[in-house]
Write a protein that binds this ligand. Sequence first.
Ligand code: ADP
Length: 507
Amino acid sequence: AFAYSSASELYEHIDAQFRLSDNQLVELTKTFLHEFKLGLEDYGHAMAMIPTFVTGVPDGTEKGTFLALDLGGTNLRVCEVVLNGDKTFSLRQQKYRVTEALKTGEAIALFDYLADSVDAFLTTEASVDYTSQTDKPADVIHLGLTFSFPVEQTALDSGKILTWTKGFSARNAIGNDVVKLLQDAFDRKHMHVKCVALVNDTVGALLSRAYQSGGCILGAIFGTGTNGAYVEDIAKIKKLQGTPVASKGGYMVVNTEWGAFNNSRSHLPSTPSDNALDRLSINPTFQAFEKFISGMYLGEIARGIIVSLIDASPKPLLFNGKSTPSINNHYGIDTSFMSNVETAWLGKDACPGHIRPPFTELDGSTLSSNIQTRLEAIKQVIVKDLGLKPDQISLKDAAIIRWVCGLVGRRAAQLSGVAVATVLVQTGRAVLPGETGKGLKDPNDKILVGVDGSLIEHYPGFEVTLRESLRYLVGQDVESRVDIGLAKDGEWGWGGPMCFASPQAEV
Ligand code: ADP
């Protein structure tokens, strides 16, 4: 908690901790580029830069019916996608629940369940009558697996599970090939299904946007976590040198695992709230960038500031010192609270700008009815999401809460812009301020980016601020050509098939 002599000084102090100057953004991008290069050189770096062995990106002309299996978090999805060859598609999908017992039991039971789910889907949901193919054993159904856990990939259809995340801990899985685990389960059940491709959700976002838009250079997730995958020249993936795929040249999608940027904690300016979050997390010092950016953490960072203001001495600076279980409990405030606060503030009409420290507007009686209405709306969100009573919340409290959410959300979006800028510079599509390039790649083309995740989809202003940061880093011309589109692979789970549907792809 804070001891302060002047409230306005304290507000300014907190505000300054979360502010990133233009110069800092540039320096962070340079460091990011450096970590990209290290990761591309060899294995074992924080930024893993995992080669995905996806060497072709769809252009929208792909045709056919494909089967996909997506294991990401709470649900397992089986999906059949029909690509029409004109950037459109139709799909059928079914969700199957993964119980705690399956997540934490024996891997073999988990993979048997995956196979059973595919079997159930094929019998009850699929449009193509796959069963008629069974008397012709040569007709094997190809399936793509989207697997959103860290995997060290060694081929398009093989990869070793490095670690479980998101509450999974199935035994006898780590160190094993996830495709083999799944294929063995299909084989045990004598199913004519062959898992031919394994992709990460970021790769899925990239590929599904590419199919729908005729191309894509970056797939990025801003959801529970954050990560990105982009199209890289194979020649620059130094750690593949000497392997057969490297000698062929061309390009390959790289899964950056950029959530691990700044694991050394020497680059990003951490605030006390960030430090507490990291210290109390299940993975201290890991996924450092992700902890500044993603949905799992933003609410908790905001909670840290809120608690400090409630506990401030000599006098509380928020809610008159009152709190609730949501405010007191670890992870008691969800990032959707911040979205709700922003939505309430923005209202339906033009935004009245920001109310910033020292909040003098709130001390007099000069508040416009426009601003008053918005602050009242924020009060309602606080009542609903944090559990305080209306009479425990002043309009100034509401203004302070909006300011706090703005600090945390804005920083996250600015840093997301840094990650996107890094990819643009790395791929020769942009240069940083003050640097001169030899000429940009495809200088007039649209730069297609596929994104997925609740933050980018629902957090008001997230993309606007991401773009603001990007514009500073790569210039207006490049930024205006960046076309960010939702590629909801998480929902569709059809990234897997995309990499073998693609004519350029080698399976
Ligand atoms: P995943 O990344 O697991 O596929 P999502 O993209 O839905 O899932 O992200 C879930 C995360 O987004 C959660 O951490 C949650 O706190 C956060 N979240 C949920 N709703 C919102 C919202 N309206 N605005 C911002 N964040 C949200």
